[in-house]
Design a protein around this ligand. Structure first.
Ligand code: PAF
Length: 289
């Protein structure tokens, strides 16, 4: 497994193999890898002849007061996980390689990037879409793998690929969870042991929403109110947003007329965790005969 740091090197190394490869899989990451990333890599390994992973903490997707400088990094450990998951090549550029002096091109999705996380992280998705488009253009994969844990990101990237006619398929991979239901995330490493316990309120909120829908609730307002009040019961937690959206357009839904996506962001102490789940309304009873 090679680790390459420049665009020229990566392109050259892939170029030699492209002719006899049927399918190139790509897993973009910001490193500090965990079982969630490993699931993306294993899926790519199953489906592709060559698997490329990028490890790049993308500065343009962090706001001025966010955690860019303290974002966790451990390249040696990441390389080990990649090797175990069957990755063939790691792309690990520095910021000047991806954003050379004079960089002035941005990829911006409009409405979808203002919902949910976008309302609180105004430049975030511009940074994500720009870096992913650059990485797609460098690697030229046939398939790119993204976790459902970042559902809004996944749907926005699908939109970019569709709108720009990029020649690749975006594959969504289900969220990997700890045994107590907390979603795997590099940011879980910020949590103290007590905060980690408190973080369980997040999967509990998702489960409560599913339970209410299974009992027949179709209006989203009472569901959201019940989740807010459940989370308020955990003193270390503070809701940033809880919302129920159409999974394709990310527009808010007032009534569950079809499958929806519940998304939330909750601060546990100073750490912001996000999670989501599908909400499938109960099928209406068959008409009486
Ligand atoms: O999900 C992430 O880790 C990042 O947003 C991504 C897709 C690697 C872009 O920097």
């Amino acid at each position: 497994m090679e680790t390459l740091t420049t665009v020229a090197e990566l392109r050259e190394t892939i170029r030699g193999r492209r002719a006899y490869l049927k399918r190139i899989g790509f897993v973009p990451t910001m490193g500090y890898l965990h079982a969630g990333h490993e699931a993306l890599m294993r899926k790519a390994r199953e489906e592709c002849d060559l698997v490329v992973a990028s490890i790049f903490v993308n500065p343009t997707q962090f706001g001025p007061t966010e955690d860019l400088d303290k974002y966790p990094r451990d390249l040696t450990r990441d390389q080990e996980l990649c090797r175990r998951a069957g990755v063939d090549m790691i792309f690990h550029p520095d910021a000047a390689e991806i954003y050379p002096r004079g960089n002035d091109t941005w990829v911006n999705v409009e409405a979808m990037a203002t919902a949910a996380c976008g309302a609180f992280r105004p430049e975030h998705f511009r940074g994500v879409c720009t870096v992913c488009t650059k990485l797609f253009s460098i690697v030229r994969p046939d398939r790119a793998y993204f976790g459902e844990k970042d559902f809004q990101q996944l749907q926005i990237i699908r939109r970019v690929v569709k709108d720009l006619f990029l020649p690749l398929a975006v594959v969504g991979v289900p969220t990997v969870r700890e045994p107590d239901g907390v979603a795997m995330s590099s940011r879980n490493s910020y949590l103290t042991p007590t905060e980690r316990q408190a973080a369980r309120v997040v999967p509990r909120a998702l489960a409560l929403a599913q339970e209410l829908v299974a009992r027949g609730e179709q209006a989203t307002e009472p569901i959201l109110a019940a989740l807010e009040s459940l989370i308020a019961g955990q003193p270390m937690a503070r809701v940033q947003y809880v919302t129920i959206l159409d999974p394709e357009t990310l527009a808010p839904m007032r009534v569950l007329t079809h499958e929806a996506r519940l998304l939330l962001a909750v601060f546990i102490g100073k750490t912001r965790l996000i999670d989501n789940t599908a909400l499938a309304p109960k099928a209406p009873p068959p008409p009486a005969v």
